[in-house]
Design a protein around this ligand. Structure first.
Ligand SMILES: Nc1ncnc2c1ncn2[C@@H]1O[C@H](COP(=O)(O)OP(=O)(O)OP(=O)(O)O)[C@@H](O)[C@H]1O
Length: 519
């Protein structure tokens, strides 16, 4: 067994060949299981048989990575059924599991000490648990999906099984994924069509385009990993929303989330806000003040517009990132904080580095895990999904019935460039809901044409606005010209004249009456 390949995985085991053969048999047995529950049970049984451990447990994260659940347990030669299989949403007390999951690290403990380690997740045993192995289970894309744990009351070198058991565990979770996909094959054509309602697509964010799916993949990688994250992208693309998602769906979700916009305060105020100060640090400092870094301790600090942070503060922030240390103004002492920094900017930080206004060392520290948010224009049909979502929100807020979307309005939104991205879309939709008196959103409710169409002169654009106003009024009055003229404060003859000039015909007015009648 001196060949450099296969033996490496088995070389520390007493009977490597027999073990390799047994491992193959377990692979092939698991590959034949077509029921998710049996597959989970099969894995824990295999893990115990291969290692000789009395206990094996399989924990799986749910789709949103918020809940870690005990999916199967093998103990005392049997599958166990536990009542409360779900762990608290931050699995904070289960430090060992949390370490393995969040750090994506194998954990092998040869001498388990119950006074040092909280092992409440292990079942009661007459003899104390002595050795433990925790393996993060990974998808093909290297996302952590769960943990495989084996434990024994005997002294075993469980670390030697880590590589081979990891392969078996990863294989099992990929089989589970396949089975889930088979179970969720679209319903047959006879089924009722799904309601046309927007729904969050990933981590509470809306959008299903390839660009957004790539974003969700990247988010999945940082949720359970304490790296700092740099969010870039045009204004209004959702950087703050994404920062919140990383916090809310990650392992710090029960800890504070603190936001500071670096462009909103002058240098000295920003410094005292972030780092805090001691009484007497400057005139007016009549008491100690806790800084945001302390407020965010054990949680997340979101630094928006990081490109606008003054150079002197950049040096202090670098110290926090490198040493985890904060020194409040007026203090000679430093103290430690444990804060995940998520920074965001719509500016090109590399250019700022070249221009000498942003520190290169800080840039590299922050950009450990850069995530670029796609502009709205690159999200295709997400525009409509987002628009429906914002329309629904606005209708609920205004306590009015939901509006239908005319095809023309949808096409108009799809053809508009949205330089202000999602924020602009939200504003445009909310305004349209206010302008829409009936139940159907029409192109004239959206003030997009003017911004998009620069080919028309001012008079033509004003005429378009006037035309929309007249049509709206006529529709409100069921086509009655006298009532519409009164509402608009015009003599009826003037209204007729303007209608003629602006080419408003009965069909323009009827199009909504028809829509209303269909309701
Ligand atoms: N994918 C999304 N799903 C739902 N709402 C979104 C999405 N992206 C952005 N929004 C909404 O759009 C608005 C702007 O988002 P946000 O403030 O996070 O953008 P930003 O990139 O941080 O902007 P800025 O660079 O100007 O600070 C918010 O109301 C946010 O809720």
């Amino acid at each position: 067994m001196n060949s450099p390949e296969a033996p490496l995985m088995f070389s520390q085991l007493p009977q490597p060949l027999r073990y390799a053969q047994a491992l193959l048999e377990h692979f092939s047995r698991l590959a034949g299981l077509t029921d998710s529950r049996r597959l989970c049970q099969g894995l824990v049984e295999s893990a115990s048989q291969l290692t000789g451990c009395e206990l094996s447990q399989l924990y799986l994260l749910d789709d949103t990575h918020t809940q870690l659940t005990l999916a199967a347990e093998w103990h005392e030669n049997n599958w166990q059924i536990r009542e409360q299989a779900g762990l608290p949403s931050d699995y904070h007390r289960e430090q060992l599991l949390q370490y393995c999951l969040c750090q994506n690290q194998i954990l092998a403990i040869d001498t388990l000490d119950s006074s040092l380690h909280d092992t409440a997740f292990l079942p009661d045993s007459a003899t104390p648990w002595r050795t433990l192995l925790c393996l993060p289970l990974l998808s093909e894309a290297r996302h952590v999906l769960g943990v495989l744990l084996t434990a024994s009351t005997q002294s075993l070198r469980l670390g030697n099984f880590a590589d081979s058991l990891g392969l078996l565990g990863n294989f099992t979770v990929s089989q589970l994924g396949l089975l889930q996909r088979v179970d969720t094959v679209p319903a047959p054509a006879t089924a009722e069509p799904a309601p046309d309602r927007p729904c969050p697509s990933g981590y509470g964010l809306i959008g299903n385009s390839p660009a957004m799916r790539t974003l969700y993949q990247l988010l999945g990688k940082v949720l359970h990993n304490p790296v700092n994250v740099l969010l870039t992208g045009e204004t209004g693309t959702g950087k703050e929303l994404v920062a919140r998602a990383i916090h809310d769906y990650g392992f710090r979700r029960t800890r504070p989330f603190v936001v500071q916009n670096c462009a909103s305060l002058p240098e000295n105020l920003l410094e005292s806000e972030m780092f805090g100060y001691r009484k007497g640090a400057f005139s007016g400092a009549d008491r100690d003040h806790t800084g945001l870094l302390d407020a965010a301790d054990t949680g997340t600090l979101f630094l928006d517009e990081i490109g606008d942070m003054p150079l002197s503060l950049q040096a202090k922030l670098l110290r926090v990132l490198q040493e985890g240390e904060v020194r409040p103004l007026g203090s000679t002492d430093t103290h430690k904080v444990d804060v995940r920094i998520i920074a965001a900017t719509h500016r090109d930080l590399k250019l700022l580095v070249e221009a000498g206004t942003f520190r290169e060392d800080l840039y590299y520290r922050l950009a450990h895990f850069p995530i670029e948010l796609p502009p709205l224009q690159e999200r295709g049909q997400d525009i409509l999904q987002l628009a429906r979502h914002f329309a629904e929100q606005a209708c609920v807020f205004l306590q009015r019935p939901l509006c239908r979307w005319s095809q023309a309005a949808e096409s108009q939104l799809l053809g508009y460039p949205f330089p202000g991205n999602v924020r602009e879309l939200k504003g445009v939709v909310e305004r349209a809901i206010l302008l829409c008196d009936g139940n159907e959103l029409l192109p004239e409710h959206f003030s997009l044409e003017d911004a998009a169409d620069t080919s028309r002169n001012l008079r033509e654009r004003l005429e378009q606005v006037e035309r929309n106003l007249l049509i709206e009024s006529l529709r409100r009055n069921q086509g009655n010209q006298t009532s519409a003229a009164t509402e608009l404060g015009l003599p009826r003859r003037t209204l007729l004249y303007r209608m003629q000039r602006l080419n408003i015909c009965a069909a323009d007015i009827r199009s909504r009456e028809k829509a209303d009648a269909r309701q």
